[in-house]
Design a protein. Sequence first.
Length: 269
Amino acid sequence: MLALIFDRLSLRIPPSFLPKSCRVGFINYLLVFLCLFVHGLSFAQDEKERFLDDFRGTASVTQNGISLIPSFSLGDPALILDLKFTKGRLSFEPDMRFALEGKPWTFIFWWRYKAISKERFSLRVGAHPALNFRTISIMRNGQSEEILESRRYLAAEVVPTYKISDNIDVGLYYLHGRGFDEGVKQTNFFVLNTFFKNLYITDQYYFDINPQAYFLATDNLQGYYLAGFLSLHKKDFPLAIAAILNKALDTEISPEDDFTWNLSLVYSF
């Protein structure tokens, strides 16, 4: 049944679905729907037992959308919406990315579970279906026409993390993905992570740093990379400034950009 449902998600969307005049409106409608959905969950919950233990999210605007795998980027300004619905150890985490003009880029629907949660050591496992969108040209009635095509993926992750101190964590990240349409059929993504959190600047400001070294294999191609995630925060303030830096060390994978980066304004709620 799941395979049948996922198979029906292979979409080809004509330009009339998202005309330029309506693309921003499409995002607005989506955000309103999500807000109403969350409000409905809160309104419907029983007074004695909450339906959800937690809900939170971030909305980010950047001059260069960078993917879950930092070596891939949109190359254009992007809006990224991350949501997290938590019940016990299980969470549902939609990750929706759009070109800033409103055209969808990727939709990732994570299901994650905290298998181990100790004082020092934690282990998270997760899986997701995903849709990746691209614009292609087709011939219709003898004329060239641009449409949005979606490509379907399934992936699973394993994430062990060890807490060295209140401010320092180390860990591994492994993701295996499968593609069902034209393009990459198999992906292996292995990351060595270090997290430096709540690093003091002043009584009001702090920053986080997450350096990474990772190996990426797509079908028969592979590459080695370094990446860094940085963010600057003010205490009790919802806006933050974040940056991603990605450097290819040795890669066969296209695009072979030697260095990619972005800056983002992040709103947390």
